[in-house]
Structure formats: structure tokens, C-alpha cells
Design a protein around this ligand. Structure first.
Ligand code: ASP
Ligand code: MG
Length: 440
């Protein structure tokens, strides 16, 4: 038996691209980590805001014979200048990226594994920048590529799944670092050593997988707006911050499209019993939202919206049409968001896809397709008040159902009515008027 005290669990701090967008933003991140250095933090970073999408365009342009890397290089150069870091420090990475792009240009095609390789540079360079900035502040910090840490995935490029056996490797590799490891989010490698990406906004998931692997004290997601809210404040001005959510509540909100966290990032926290915190980089003392075993205590939790939804109605429901629709979904790698019966028809709800609409054309009038829809899920409630509120607001409800681990009412409606519907549901579920005081 060892007589040495067990080291205290380390916190994981995850910073998204918006929190690294320019020099002042990276300095804010540096200050946050410097204040917490006594806790031995582990940092996980995304690419600088907009860079993943830019690299995606660069990769596709290369396949069409164009070299569009310039602006991405300039963006990082300017960030280095703003932070007074060595302007040459990313040259090796950009030279490697230019070589890969050259190969794509000369062959004129972009393979899925090459696209992932190109995208990987976003996180690889942001981790170098953050670590160099921390070092310049006098902190011990090391940039680490997640695949070098042992994060191994399947070979499903673009939306790879991390394999469970990664946890032990990550845990023992991290135990060897005593400075601040600055780890690339979003990335892993498959069994052949090819780089993979975990799906857009996957850095949240990287942070929780690492948190689970090391039994972190907590995983803090630092955002521009702190906290998970009862609804997207851009749609619902009266939305308010939720102070506490259970893993199930947070999981349901993200599963139905609440964009504040990646939809699969809650499960690793729940498995490991590691608390998550959604905090604001601009106001670090604000408590934000705590995600843990304890719930919100409220019945209705929040409203989650999803745009770009497509509804396929199979009417009358028949086994052979079902089989054709399932086969088309499988060919395109699309997972239905919902399957359900309504008035003798089968409803298949999926993310919008022109390819799917095309593949289903031969089914003619045996199906009908509605596009440009949005879904609004009221997590924690399926009160009839919700339907009534939508009717009163004149919303053209195209389908509705209840589902989920927690009771959740989902409404499908024209995308153009999304804000109106979200406000009506929020008012009905979260802004119940307090009865006026009786006159004395
Ligand atoms: N940089 C990646 C993206 O933009 C991953 C992330 O931001 O979490 O999708
Ligand atoms: Mg990003």
C-alpha cells in the first residue's frame, strides 16, 4: 500500500473557438488558467473561431484545383502578432498543411481521411498558440495532440467514435505531465494512425471523454454566454439561465438541438459522475450552470430548437415503403430524429437532406415530403397547455409527439414560424403569470 497521498483530481477546462478568436480573447483564457494553476488544470481547446469551416472550404477548393490557404495563414499570423509570440512558430504546421493540399490539388479529389487531416490543423495550431501564450506568462504548459495522448477512434471520418480502451491510455499519459497540458479538442486517430474528427463542435465531447478518463474534479465549458438557458436567447428574449441541471436534463436538451453543448458530451460526465459547469469567459465569477446528478427541481426544464428538419410521411404505412426509406437513410448515413405513427401514417423525421429527397423520388405518391421545418422540444413537460399556446399563436403544427427519458413534447412546424413558436411555448411553460394580489 502506498503511503503517498493520492493526488487531487484535476479539473478540465474547455475553451471553444469564440473564446480564442483574437489576442484579447486568448489573454482572457491565459488569465483564467493562471488564476487556477494551483488546481493543476487540464485545458482542451477548439480551433480559433471560424477556422474549421475555413479549412473545410480550403480542402474543397484544393480538390477543384485552387489554393485558398492564404487567409487562414494570415489569420494565425495576426493572432501570433497580437500575442507577441514568435511569428515563425507555426511554419512547420503550415508547411505540412500546404503539402497535403498540394497532393489534393494534383489528384483533384478529396478523400474523407484527407479532409479530416486538413481540419486537424485548426486545433493543432490553436493548442500551440495557447500553450505558447501560457509559457510567455511564465506558466509550464505543453501542447498535446489528442491522438498522441491515446484518443483512438473508429475510422468513420468526419464523425468518428472514440473507442472505450482510450481511457486508460489517456489517464496514464496525462499522469506524466505536471504542467498545464493544452490538448486539441475534436481530434483522434484510428487504428492505422489516420487522423479523425469527432463531428462539428466535437471539442466538448473531447473534454468530457478526457474528464471521464482521468476522473476529473469537474469539466468547465467556457463560453461567450455563460450557462444553459431555458431557450436560445436569440429566439426568446425572456430566456433565463438554468443554475442546475441533471445529466438527464442536460442530455435531453442537447439531444433535441440545444446548441450550448455537443449532443453526446453529457454521457461521459454521467458515466463517470463528473460534474460539468457551463461558464462565461467574460464573467468568470458568475456561477453559470452546474450539470450533475442533482436536477433542476423544476418540472419543465427548457426549450430546445432544431432548424433544417425534414418530414417524410408514409401513408398508408406499408412494410415495403418503410424498407425503401430505411435503405435510403442507411445509404446516406442519416439517423432519423424521430419515427412515429400518426393517423395511420408513419412519420420519419430527419435532418434536412436534398439527397434523401432525391433518393425517395421513385416512391412517388406513396410518401409525402415536407421541407423547411423546425422542431421545438419542451423538455420536462407535455402539458396540453403547450399545444393550446401554439394554436393561440397561429402556429401551423405539422406533427407532434411526446418522447424521451423525461417527458418531452416535440412540435414540428414551418421554420419561418420558429421564433414565434419558441416564444409562445416559453411563455406558456416558463412565464406563467403570478396571479395579481387581491385588492384590499
Ligand atoms: N473546431 C471544431 C468545429 O468548429 C470543433 C469545435 O469547435 O468544437 O466544429
Ligand atoms: Mg469550433
Amino acid at each position: 500500500m502506498s503511503l503517498l497521498p493520492r493526488p487531487a483530481p484535476r479539473p478540465v477546462h474547455k475553451f471553444g473557438g469564440a473564446s480564442l478568436t483574437d489576442g484579447p480573447a486568448v489573454r482572457r483564457v491565459g488569465a483564467l488558467l493562471a488564476e487556477r494553476v494551483a488546481d493543476c488544470p487540464v485545458a482542451v481547446v477548439s480551433a480559433v473561431e471560424g477556422v474549421t469551416s475555413a479549412l473545410d472550404r480550403v480542402a474543397h477548393a484544393a480538390a477543384e484545383g485552387r489554393d485558398e490557404l492564404g487567409p487562414v495563414r494570415v489569420r494565425h499570423r495576426s493572432l501570433l502578432a497580437q500575442l507577441e509570440l514568435d511569428p515563425e512558430m507555426l511554419n512547420r504546421h503550415f508547411a505540412e498543411l500546404a503539402t497535403i493540399l498540394g497532393a489534393i490539388r494534383s489528384r483533384g479529389v478529396l478523400a474523407a481521411h484527407e479532409r479530416d487531416h486538413v481540419l486537424s490543423f485548426g486545433e493543432r495550431v490553436s493548442a500551440r498558440i495557447v500553450a505558447a501564450h501560457l509559457s510567455a506568462r511564465g506558466l509550464r504548459a505543453v501542447p498535446i495532440d489528442a491522438y498522441d495522448l491515446g484518443l483512438q477512434s473508429d475510422s468513420n471520418h468526419g464523425r468518428a467514435k472514440v473507442l472505450a480502451q482510450s481511457a486508460e491510455r489517456v489517464r496514464s499519459a496525462l499522469a506524466r505531465f505536471d504542467g498545464i497540458p493544452v490538448i486539441t479538442g475534436f481530434l483522434a486517430a484510428d487504428a492505422h494512425g489516420r487522423l479523425t474528427t469527432l463531428g462539428r463542435n466535437g471539442s466538448d465531447l473531447s473534454a468530457t471523454l478526457i474528464g471521464e478518463a482521468i476522473g476529473a474534479r469537474e469539466v468547465c465549458f467556457w463560453k461567450e454566454v455563460g450557462g444553459v438557458m431555458t431557450a436560445d436567447p436569440k429566439l426568446v428574449p425572456n430566456a433565463r439561465t438554468l443554475r442546475a441541471l441533471s445529466y438527464e436534463e442536460a442530455g435531453e436538451l442537447t439531444r433535441h438541438g440545444a446548441g450550448v453543448l455537443h449532443s453526446e458530451s453529457v454521457q461521459p460526465l454521467a458515466r463517470a459522475g463528473v460534474p460539468g459547469r457551463v461558464l462565461c469567459v467574460r464573467n468568470p465569477s458568475d456561477p453559470g450552470t452546474l450539470v450533475s446528478r442533482e436536477g433542476s427541481g423544476a418540472e419543465a426544464v427548457g426549450i430546445a430548437c432544431r432548424r433544417n428538419v425534414l418530414l417524410v410521411r408514409i401513408a398508408p404505412d406499408s412494410a415495403d415503403v418503410r424498407a425503401s426509406v430505411s435503405a435510403a437513410l442507411a445509404r446516406l448515413g442519416l439517423e432519423p430524429l424521430h419515427l412515429g405513427a400518426a393517423d395511420g401514417a408513419l412519420l420519419v423525421v430527419t435532418p434536412s437532406s436534398d439527397e434523401l429527397a432525391r433518393e425517395l423520388l421513385p416512391l412517388g405518391s406513396r410518401i409525402s415530403i415536407e421541407r423547411d421545418l423546425a422542431s421545438v422540444a419542451t423538455v420536462g413537460s407535455d402539458s396540453p397547455v403547450l399545444d393550446a399556446a401554439l394554436h393561440a399563436a397561429g402556429i401551423d403544427i405539422r406533427a407532434r409527439w411526446s418522447d424521451g427519458l423525461l417527458v418531452t413534447r416535440v412540435h414540428l412546424l414551418p421554420a419561418a414560424q420558429l421564433a414565434l413558436a419558441a416564444r409562445a411555448l416559453h411563455a406558456a411553460a416558463f412565464e406563467v403569470a403570478v396571479p395579481p394580489e387581491p385588492a384590499r
